[in-house]
Design a protein around this ligand. Structure first.
Ligand code: UD1
Length: 333
């Protein structure tokens, strides 16, 4: 066993910490002088996202699947850094489409892993659990902006399991006195979001294609709207929730501003100075038209307000892209 280091005041257990959002959380935790233990099975997370932190004395990376339980996996790390004080549960199967195709897997991962995380927290003196829920819990809500008090009617296994996880947070809080917060993320974007999967967020796809000079394809007429929130703002919401022993939520994490997909495509073409044409394809089946958040509750309970404007976020997303040597013609359409 490694000699135990001088115990930092806060130790964050971050499930899914090698992912797009998780890796930004870990960077921030370390920058604050706290310690981070990442648990990730690299199903969607990537070692490269944390490679620059290797050797950091307040950081440990554990390759494990949360659905196998956390005790044994994190034992050496918490013996070295000290017991976990905060648990940020981000590990998930992230695709709505996959959840429709494999609902049993989605239950096991997106519902089951939450219970494993909560059980670990309950038995190990964790002071606060923050959970990444989703706007998908709202389903086909049409009244905008969407407020948390609206009845939830998810229309995918993904949304159902996020909502079910929120109920488990409520149960652990009520019955076991474990402080928890559920945050419902809207459309998160920023550096390290993988553009190359069929389920990638539209901003990662459009920025990637724009810098390669490939056409941007809008599904439908482009008047549909989304609430795009920059990953650093999401990290601030997570850390604000960690500061509170109360504030159970759920709270929307968005900007409160709708952006149409046509406006987004134009902004990305302008921001990248790209010659990419904008083209249209049929709408995605079953897709909601509008989605943007009422952000009052998060502001009142957490003091959270998104700060990064879309133009700035797009510029920072673009500048984070490493030069890609692959020729434009080889990219998937
Ligand atoms: C998002 C979330 C998902 C969440 C769901 C429900 C992301 C990446 N996905 O899906 O996790 O559960 O909301 O709240 O945040 N589009 C194009 N061209 C493209 C790609 C997308 O026009 O090449 C359009 C889509 O048709 C859609 C919009 O862009 O209208 C956003 O798509 P996407 O980024 O995939 O996110 P959501 O469908 O909103």
């Amino acid at each position: 066993m490694l000699p135990r280091m001088a115990t930092p005041s806060r130790v964050f257990l971050v499930t899914g910490g090698a992912g797009f959002i998780g890796s930004h959380v870990v960077e921030r935790v370390l920058a604050l002088g706290d310690a981070a233990v990442v648990v990730d099975n690299f199903s969607t997370g990537r070692r490269e996202n944390l490679a620059h932190l290797a050797g950091h004395d307040r950081f440990r990376l554990v390759e494990a699947n949360v659905v196998d339980g956390l005790w044994a996996a994190v034992k050496p790390a918490v013996e070295h850094l000290g017991p976990a004080t905060h648990l940020v549960h981000l590990a998930a199967q992230t695709s709505v489409v996959s959840s429709v195709q494999n609902p049993v897997d989605d239950v096991r991962i997106n519902y089951g892993a939450t219970v494993h995380a909560l059980e670990y927290a309950r038995h190990n003196g964790v002071q606060k659990v923050v959970f990444a829920s989703s706007a998908a819990t709202y389903g086909d809500e049409t009244e905008m902006p969407i407020a948390e008090a609206r009845a939830s009617a998810p229309v995918s296994p993904y949304g159902i399991n996020k909502l079910g996880s929120e109920l488990f947070l409520h149960y652990y809080r009520q019955v076991h006195g474990l402080p928890t917060t559920a945050l419902r993320f809207f459309n998160v974007y920023g550096p390290r979001q993988d553009p190359r999967s069929p389920y990638s967020g539209v901003i990662s796809v459009f920025v990637d294609r724009a810098v390669r000079g490939l056409p941007l394809t809008i599904f439908g007429d482009g008047t549909q709207t989304r609430d795009f929130v920059f990953v650093e703002d999401v990290v601030r919401a997570i850390l604000a929730a960690c500061e509170q022993s109360g504030a159970p939520g759920p709270y929307n994490v968005g900007t409160g501003r709708p952006t149409s997909i046509t406006d987004l495509a134009k902004a990305i073409v302008a921001a990248t100075g790209s010659a990419s044409p904008i083209q249209h394809a049929p709408s995605r089946a079953g897709e909601i038209v509008h989605s943007y958040a009422n952000v009052d509750a998060a502001r009142m309970a957490l003091g959270f307000r998104a700060e990064v404007a879309l133009e700035e976020g797009l510029a920072r997303t673009q500048s984070s892209l490493a030069p890609d040597p692959s020729p434009a013609t080889s990219a998937a359409s």
